[in-house]
Design a protein around this ligand. Structure first.
Ligand SMILES: NC(=O)C1=CN([C@@H]2O[C@H](COP(=O)(O)OP(=O)(O)OC[C@H]3O[C@@H](n4cnc5c(N)ncnc54)[C@H](O)[C@@H]3O)[C@@H](O)[C@H]2O)C=CC1
Ligand SMILES: O=C(O)/C=C/C=C(\O)C(=O)O
Length: 486
């Protein structure tokens, strides 16, 4: 196996990064570009031995990193952010080539956010309260102590963005990390290892292992030296990871799927509501937050559908490197099969196709809107993770809330209404980790991010991330201080 490939002019090491060294595996797997299905290269295919080596490296590096003063940890995280900023163009083109998401959004939105993730958690660390308070003259001193080696398992839909949501707070907290990126988009994690090393992150503090989840995953998640596991991905994989982590009761953070609603009331600005609905095709529908169930008050449903169809018809689908493209390919032929399977089964069950409903050449799926679907239909209940929306109508607020809350997921919800009192009533009744009113995807790292029900366990962002990645400790000292008590 060669140790590196060149992707759009950028050299990417295809080996693991363990203990500050590049490490090969006997086997490899092939990485393809969703843009044209072309082979990008052979990537190291890790298994239990590589998992063991990476956890051992993380364990060995932990005491020194945990003891590194916060200000110094923060300084190194800022240096990583500087490295990301310097390489935005390279990271953007490699990510787009590897996972098919739009180059313009990687350039202008995602990669700057990656840098921000490091800066934000570095700064937040320095602001974390170390509370002192008294109990009958005794002093309580609360500290946020590093927990130990963390295993971070991340998906392909926003690879570096979602990985650094976990890597940055875990490192800031004083933990060491084993990152396992998704096998469908392994490349930017390798570039991150280079950037972190250049920024002065000590060897073994960040380790990156490559491979199929089914081959390397269990050895990572059942390892007794691992103190935290954070996962973003599908519900079936989350259940498997939770079962594996149960052996050591390793604390878990799970950010899983969604089937979020967009509620459009008759009093809404209909053009805004249509814009919000069409926005759900972003990243070819491969966004956990996507409001894939459009719920429209029946008095405006016809007009909404007409305007939606018109607007969806203007979307340009094609090569994600082209600045004019709105929708790129889906990640993998298997994902495309899965998407089309959902659509064809829905149509066979009686759904009507308003827009799209079919594949295009290559790995592209036409943006699709299906209507005449029942609440208990598979297409309404299950996450498709492709550019497929459903439209249902409701008669009144009561029915809107019932439909909105009527799936096993509860990640996000969006409400379009012109009535502030209605907004307050409805948002109060929605079950979701994030609710937007007359807007979508307004994100802030200070806010909690995560879902309820099958959408996940725990929250990421701000202090919530440190709650997870730290062993929070309360030290109670007797009156007069510890010196007086031997
Ligand atoms: N919530 C989200 O952001 C995401 C949701 N999904 C959902 O998942 C569906 C399937 O996509 P997949 O790529 O198959 O997701 P997945 O959940 O299998 O993959 C996510 C990550 O988990 C790893 N993994 C797989 N099996 C593992 C195991 N036994 N132990 C440890 N790690 C393991 C994978 O290697 C990858 O890094 C999508 O159609 C979508 O519905 C997928 C990606 C992201
Ligand atoms: O970009 C964000 O703020 C959140 C993105 C989350 C996903 O796309 C996901 O987990 O699928």
């Amino acid at each position: 196996m060669s140790s590196a490939i060149t992707v759009a002019g950028v050299r990417v090491d295809t080996r693991h990064w363990i203990g500050g060294e590049r490490v090969a595996s006997a086997g490899t797997f092939t990485d393809h570009s969703p843009i044209d299905g072309g082979v990008l290269g052979e990537i190291a295919r890790g298994g239990p031995a590589e998992a063991e080596a990476a956890v051992a490296a993380a364990r060995a590096a932990f005491p020194a990193w945990a003891a590194t003063p916060r200000a110094e940890r923060a300084r190194i995280l800022h240096a990583i952010a500087d490295g990301v900023d310097k390489r935005v163009e390279e990271l953007a083109i490699v990510e787009t080539t590897d996972n098919g998401a739009l180059l313009r959004s990687h350039r202008h939105g995602v990669m700057p956010r990656v840098a921000h993730n490091f800066r934000f958690f570095a700064d937040w660390l320095l602001k974390l309260d170390h509370e002192d308070f008294e109990t009958r003259g005794h002093t309580n001193h609360v500290t946020w102590d590093p927990a130990g080696p963390c295993v971070l398992i991340t998906p392909w839909n926003a690879p570096l963005m979602l990985a650094t949501w976990k890597v940055a707070p875990a490192l800031a907290a004083g933990n060491t990390v084993v990152l396992k990126p998704a096998e469908w988009s392994p490349l930017t994690a390798s570039l991150l290892a280079d950037i972190a090393a250049e920024a002065g992150l000590p060897a073994g503090v960040l380790n990156v292992v490559q491979g199929y989840g089914s081959e390397i995953g269990d050895a990572l998640t059942s390892h007794p030296d691992v103190r935290r596991i954070s996962f973003t991905g599908s519900v079936p994989t989350a259940k498997r990871i939770a079962a594996s982590a149960a052996a050591n009761l390793t604390p878990l953070s799970l950010e899983l799927g969604g089937k979020s609603p967009l509620l459009v009331f008759a009093d809404a600005d209909l053009d805004l509501a249509v814009d919000l609905a069409v926005e759900q095709f972003d990243n070819a529908g491969q966004v956990c937050l996507a409001a894939t169930r459009i719920l429209v008050e029946e008095t405006v449903a016809e007009e909404f559908t007409r305007r939606f169809t018109e607007k969806a018809g203007t979307l340009k689908q094609g090569d994600p490197r082209d600045e004019a493209t709105d929708i790129g390919p889906n990640i993998h032929p298997r994902q495309l099969e899965k998407i089309d399977g959902f659509v064809q089964r829905a149509v066979a069950a009686g759904a009507r196709t308003v827009v799209g409903g079919h594949r295009r050449d290559g790995q592209y799926y036409a943006p699709t809107l299906l209507t005449d679907v029942d609440q208990d239909a598979e297409i309404v209940q299950e996450e498709v993770f492709g550019p497929v929306l459903t439209l249902q109508t409701f008669a009144d607020e009561e029915e809107a809330v019932r439909l909105a809350n009527g799936t096993r997921f509860a990640l996000a919800a969006t409400v379009a209404t012109g009535d502030p009192e209605r907004a307050e009533r409805v948002t109060g009744r929605l079950v979701a980790g994030t609710v937007w009113v007359n807007c979508f995807f307004v994100r802030d790292l200070r806010a909690p991010f995560g879902g309820s029900r099958l959408s996940g366990v725990g929250r990421e962002g701000g202090t919530w991330s440190f709650d997870f990645y730290c062993d929070v400790k309360n030290t109670v000292t007797a009156p007069g201080g510890w010196r007086d008590h031997g």
